[in-house]
Write a protein that binds this ligand. Structure first.
Ligand SMILES: C[S@@+](CC[C@H](N)C(=O)[O-])C[C@H]1O[C@@H](n2cnc3c(N)ncnc32)[C@H](O)[C@@H]1O
Length: 288
């Protein structure tokens, strides 16, 4: 087994349940209503799988879920992965998983210098670069009529608010984002890390010492300055068996009906048992 992204636990599985069910509803609605293309954009694509702490178990990650279940609904898949080893593992993993033959090489654009892996059926582009630059470029240059489902799944404070604003301003976009609640709290408490908090929040107007809930609300209200996506929905995710780290999935979209459906998906009672089932499928059985 190649060296996959590690540190997964039950909340990783719960996150993937919410992603999967949101994609389900998104593709159902778009297939019935959207006459232009749908693109799946994954800003922090990882290695294809996530290794679960101490378990030796690998969960299928966002890239595999999106291609495996929704290749008929998405016309294009754009994946961004900054780390070169992760990029190579992702290319190998998707090749093995789906029998794809990627053409890998330097991008063919003057003044740009990064690796791209290309497959044509389905249409996939994997870019080894900082997605803040990559998706901003895509949002500014690609045709506006295509609708994107964008998944932003960093570990750490690497998704900049500027990038979010560019995506929201573009329109034709649903965004599911993994907000690093504990990361923000810890960084807000350490002066040397204040720059990262400011880049995530978009300005210096955030509290130095607040509760997790307050840091989530501050972030949501900043996003809601763009009224078209208000109210932004979110779901706290903390593993029942390890409460040290919290992240919150945040959903931004201009369609009220879709917002409410995704909120139901996030708040469903069965979430943790479904997350447990994902571990079961991987051979770990009951986790909590
Ligand atoms: C939590 S993992 C992603 C997991 C993946 N979404 C999945 O479900 O399998 C975060 C990944 O983002 C990558 N990364 C970190 N900063 C990045 C950036 N600025 N642009 C693109 N990728 C980045 C890391 O190398 C890491 O592989």
């Amino acid at each position: 087994m190649p060296n996959h992204f590690d540190g997964g636990d039950l909340k990783t599985a719960a996150k993937l349940v919410i992603l999967e069910e949101s994609l389900d509803i998104y593709t159902t609605i778009m297939d019935a209503n959207w006459t232009h293309q749908n693109w799946y954009v994954d800003t922090h694509a990882g290695t294809g799988k996530t290794q679960v702490e101490d378990g030796g178990i690998h969960l299928d990650g966002s890239a595999i879920i999106a291609i495996d279940e929704y290749a008929d609904s998405f016309d294009r898949f754009y994946f961004y992965e900054l780390d070169e080893n992760h990029f190579e593992t992702l290319v190998d993993t998707l090749s093995d998983e789906f029998g794809l033959d990627f053409d890998v090489g330097p991008v063919d654009v003057d003044g740009e210098d990064f690796l791209v892996a290309r497959a044509e059926n389905p249409y996939i582009r994997i870019m080894q670069m900082d997605s803040n630059d990559g998706v901003s470029f895509l949002a500014e240059h690609a045709a506006e009529r295509h609708h994107w489902f964008t998944f932003i799944d960093p570990k750490g404070l690497t998704a900049k608010r500027d990038t979010l604003d560019t995506l929201i301003d573009r329109g034709n976009m649903d965004i599911l984002l993994n907000y690093q609640t504990t990361g923000i709290m810890r960084s807000a408490a350490a002066e040397h890390a204040h720059g990262a908090v400011t880049r995530t929040m978009g300005d210096e107007d955030w509290p130095n010492a607040a509760s997790s809930d307050e840091y989530v609300e501050v972030y949501k209200s900043k996003l809601e300055e763009n009224e078209s996506i208000a109210p932004v929905k979110s779901k706290e995710l903390v593993s029942p068996n390890d409460q040290r780290v919290r992240f919150d999935l945040v959903f931004a979209c201009t369609n009220n009906q879709v917002r409410n459906i995704v909120e139901d998906i996030m708040q469903q009672e069965e979430l943790w048992s479904k997350a447990n089932d994902k571990f079961g499928q991987s051979g770990l059985g009951d986790w909590c």
